[in-house]
Design a binder for this molecule. Structure first.
Ligand code: HEM
Length: 401
């Protein structure tokens, strides 16, 4: 009997957050974590896969080489038609297995090492201060997303890659299409081709005019084809600004909604590092599941996942697992949240996490220090959350000070 038939229920995924707390995972998936932690889900195209929802099970899957991240595998789960197109077009190493994944990732490990990222603190601080200067110049209100949360990581990743920031309207718009769950295959195909074309041309230009950015260095190696450089550039460009940008805005909103925690952080800024880890855990912006496919039969949480079956690891529910994080639904900026899986786990664990940490720590510390009267400028109920995007957050955050 097929395994799907051994379970009575299947969950439509992604599941709606409905009217619950917008910082919490969808109630149906949370329910599954408690009652049926390895459960069946049905995706938009009727495709059936497993949802793995508990902390230990998620680590088991993401740490096990029998689960593949290779998106060309027939059983690989795609959350939208657009995501499938993204993979058909030109895969980055995020969706490859070793040894190809390791070969391409290794070329970048030195660029994102903790020591290297820590050395960027003065530069990131300078950018953060300039953005706040501009935002507050003669004004008492602004949209925090477009004036601070997005430009900060966008400027930094452009600097690191050697991409002209002047082109940000072009690549931010394409990123938005690629990350919108409702984008059609055609829209994704067009955006994807335009972005790859842009990055291929940029790589070509570095032959004649090299700089000390990552793209230029990849070109200078001479052992990568242009499409590999463009796919890697696209991954870094999108991952480099969309993620931190959304974490910054959502973290600010979460603190404004939890005034006791905000006051605690304002009183003791030395808590910033610990608070950022807790915000990463509590908010887990990669909310649509980390995809894998089983290459052998594997038992996870007491269920057999058969070779060829797709799996989505819901890292947002894993980070609310009370077996690991007592009182997990409470934001507690003083707790030790280091075991969170907001950056994933295993060989694909986020390459950019040292950069994300530096950016988030500086962003939060700077905002709270420079804007002591920071407050939401609209009703909380009117905030537009990114239910429609692969990376969670808010579309805009009108604030005043
Ligand atoms: C991978 C989350 C910031 C670059 C990942 C994965 C997660 C994640 C969950 C694993 C995906 C998987 O296993 O399939 C986040 C979060 C961020 C963040 C929550 C910020 C708050 C960044 C930044 C960069 C970056 C700033 C820098 C360029 C990457 C890359 C990978 C990755 C290159 C692929 C790693 C691999 O496949 O080996 N990220 N990320 N991320 N992230 Fe991030």
């Amino acid at each position: 009997m097929p395994i799907a038939e051994t379970l009575d229920t299947t969950l439509d995924f992604p599941a709606a957050r409905a009217s619950g707390c917008p910082f919490d995972p969808a109630p149906d998936v949370e329910h599954a974590r408690r009652e049926e932690p390895v459960t069946r889900a049905t995706l938009w195209d009727g495709f059936s896969c497993w949802l793995v929802t508990r902390h230990q099970d998620v680590r088991d899957v993401l740490g096990d080489p029998r689960f593949s991240a290779d998106a060309t595998h027939p059983g690989f789960p795609f959350l939208t038609p657009g995501l499938r197109e993204l993979v058909d077009g030109n895969r980055s190493f995020l969706r490859m297995d070793d040894p190809d994944h390791a070969r391409l990732r290794r070329m970048l490990t030195a660029d994102f090492m903790v020591k290297k990222m820590e050395s960027m603190r003065p530069e990131v601080q300078r950018i953060a201060d300039e953005l706040v200067d501009r935002m507050t110049d003669g004004r008492t209100s602004a949209d925090l997303v477009s004036e601070f949360a997005l430009p900060l990581p966008s400027l930094v990743i452009c600097l690191l890659l050697g991409v002209p920031y002047g082109d940000h309207d072009f690549f931010q718009e394409r990123s938005r299409v690629l990350l919108t769950l409702r984008s059609t295959r055609d829209e994704v195909r067009t955006s994807q081709q335009e972005l790859l074309h842009y990055l291929t041309r940029l790589a070509e230009s570095k032959h004649d005019a090299p700089d000390d950015g990552i793209i230029s260095r990849l070109v200078a190696r001479g052992d990568l084809v242009d499409t590999e450089i463009a796919a890697t550039g696209r991954l870094l460009l999108i991952a480099g600004h969309e993620t931190t940008a959304n974490m910054t805005a959502l973290s600010t909103l979460a603190l404004l909604r939890n005034p006791d925690q905000l006051a605690r952080l304002r009183e003791d800024p030395s808590l910033t590092k610990v608070a950022v880890e807790e915000l990463l855990r509590y908010l887990t912006i990669v909310h649509s599941g980390v995809p894998r496919v089983a290459t052998e039969d594997v038992t996870v949480g007491g269920r057999t996942i058969s070779a060829g079956e797709g799996v989505l690891c819901t890292i947002n529910t894993a980070n609310r697992d009370e077996h690991v994080f007592p009182d997990a639904d409470t934001l507690d900026i003083g707790r030790d949240a280091r075991r969170h899986v907001a950056f994933g786990f295993g060989v694909h664990q986020c390459l950019g996490q040292p950069l994300a940490r530096v950016e988030l720590q500086i962003a939060m510390e700077t905002l709270l220090r420079r804007l002591p009267g920071l407050r939401l400028d609209i009703a909380f109920e009117d905030v537009s959350f990114r239910h429609d995007m692969g990376i969670y957050g808010v579309h805009a955050l009108p604030v005043a000070w």
